[in-house]
Design a protein around this ligand. Structure first.
Ligand code: GDP
Ligand code: IMO
Ligand code: MG
Length: 431
């Protein structure tokens, strides 16, 4: 049985949470391997909606092991709130079903203040981050100043690291961002209280995962964000601060790449983006408003309206190559019902040339115009359809068109927020 990696192929919010929840039925272990509370993964079960930020979306199923890998950055305070909310909804009844890597780095209060302060200072040039301290936390990890989850359980190590960090952070906050500094004791006392609520989740996630793989357990890797937000392969600098691509599933939890079998790319039937940065197929007209209204396109983490546009084959094919995608899952097909025609961008016209690779140079990108192919739309409501054959002809043709243009088989089509609103063509855990 293969292991399955889920990645977003666009700018995030493709519906990864819903798909992870569905595929969890076939998995034993569900692992988050990068990102942090910038993620907002929505799962709808019955009348209940749950938005997961740091806890894997597999947590809504009993008897599954959820893991937060070393590649994730953790905000302990918001993690405790998230755990309490999920428990209050009646899920996550066994604390042993969550294991958090002792090597995962922590988002500290100063990371959040720096993130917000920098965005404010950048003014109209801001990235539009989620303000969750993601960038500053990953920076500290890479520059070897970071605090790891394990560090807060040793008073001496924690205090020493905190003192060293605050000397630098406070200087930066006061003198560069014109903001308030922190007291060592204020953070130390806060974390010595908080740590008792999360101590039980601390462990060696890599060893656990290794043992699970040795005993042929099936692992589902849950990516956050999307390929166009990857720090290397996305629209830099308008990206997040981690590698979101499938290969990170290996490094982000401490197992080798040979265990990453099926790479499943999730794409919306159109495109959205939240935050600033290039978006060639963006629609600032009534079709864009239609997609936002019908698709409920408001950020799951920040509530910000998402920018909406047509499906972009240039970006999705970039994701196909970057991740070695083997299966494609198309979500939110139901949102397109009622549109007379549907457009898909096949390339960017730039000074008489057609580009099919996403340009690295933003000055080139600025001169690009999307080239569209038009397909007929459909009127029918597809949200109750559970088999591909029952879809309206034009909807089937659109899916087949996306398969042909990406060269990747579509394994599932999602037609609504609920678990039952799914059409399965190929089960990614089967082949
Ligand atoms: P994620 O970050 O990739 O997990 O996606 P989000 O949860 O941020 O955003 C996806 C939104 O679309 C959520 O509100 C989901 O409930 C919703 N959703 C997922 N799949 C479908 C679908 O097939 N149709 C519709 N209408 N909504 C969907
Ligand atoms: P999920 O997992 C959509 C975007 C932010 C901003 C940029 C950098 O729900 O798909 P950051 O806070 O990471 O430094 O912000 O990345 N962003 C997301 N957009 N979905 C997400 O996660 C995102 N996580 C970050 O809006 O443009
Ligand atoms: Mg989201």
């Amino acid at each position: 049985m293969p292991n399955v990696v889920i990645v977003g192929t666009q700018w995030g919010d493709e519906g990864k949470g819903k798909i992870v929840d569905i595929l969890t039925q076939s998995a034993d272990v569900i692992v988050r391997f990068q990102g942090g509370p910038n993620a907002g993964h929505t799962v709808v079960v019955g009348e209940k909606q749950t938005i997961l930020h740091q806890v894997p979306s597999g947590i809504l199923h009993e008897g599954k092991q959820c893991i937060v890998g070393n590649g994730v950055v953790i905000d302990v305070e918001t993690l405790i709130n998230e755990i309490n909310e999920v428990k209050a909804q009646g899920y996550f009844t066994d604390d042993a079903s969550l294991l958090i890597s002792e090597k995962a780095h922590l988002i500290m209060p100063y990371h959040k203040r720096i993130d917000l302060g920098r965005e404010k200072k950048k003014g109209k040039n801001k990235i539009g981050t989620t303000g969750r301290g993601i960038g500053p936390a990953y920076e500290d990890k890479v520059c070897r100043n970071g605090l790891r989850f394990i560090d807060i359980f040793n008073d001496e190590v924690f205090r020493t690291k905190l003192e060293t960090n605050l000397a630098e952070k406070n200087f930066y906050l006061r003198n560069y961002l014109d903001d308030e500094p922190f007291e060592v004791n204020e953070i130390f006392d806060l974390f010595t209280r908080l740590r008792e609520k999360v101590r039980r989740y601390l462990g060696n996630a890599a060893t656990f995962l290794h043992d699970s793989l040795q005993s042929s357990k099936k692992v589902l890797f849950e990516g956050a964000q999307g390929t166009m937000l990857d720090v290397d392969h996305g629209t830099y600098p308008f990206v997040t601060s981690s590698n979101t691509a499938a290969a990170q599933a290996s490094l982000g939890c401490g197992i080798g790449p040979k265990h990453l079998d099926n790479i499943v790319g999730i794409s919306k039937a159109y495109t959205t983006r939240v935050g600033a940065g290039p978006f060639p197929t963006e629609l600032e007209d009534e079709t864009g408003t239609f997609l936002r209204d019908v698709g409920g396109e408001y950020g799951a983490t920040t509530g910000r309206p998402r920018r909406c546009g047509w499906f972009d084959l240039v970006t999705v094919n970039h994701a196909v190559r970057t991740n070695s995608i083997t299966h494609l899952i198309i979500t939110k097909l139901d949102v397109l019902s009622g549109l007379k025609t549907i457009k898909a961008c096949t390339g960017y016209r730039c000074q008489g040339e057609i580009l099919t690779d996403f340009p690295t140079d933003f000055q080139v990108l600025e001169q690009c115009e999307p080239v569209y192919e038009e397909l007929p739309g459909w009127e029918e409501d597809v949200s109750k359809i559970t088999s591909f054959d029952e879809l309206p002809g034009a909807a089937k043709d659109y899916i087949k068109y996306l398969e042909e243009k990406t060269g990747i088989p579509v394994s599932m089509v999602s037609v609504g927020t609920r678990r039952a609103q799914i059409i399965t063509l190929i089960d990614p855990f089967e082949k």
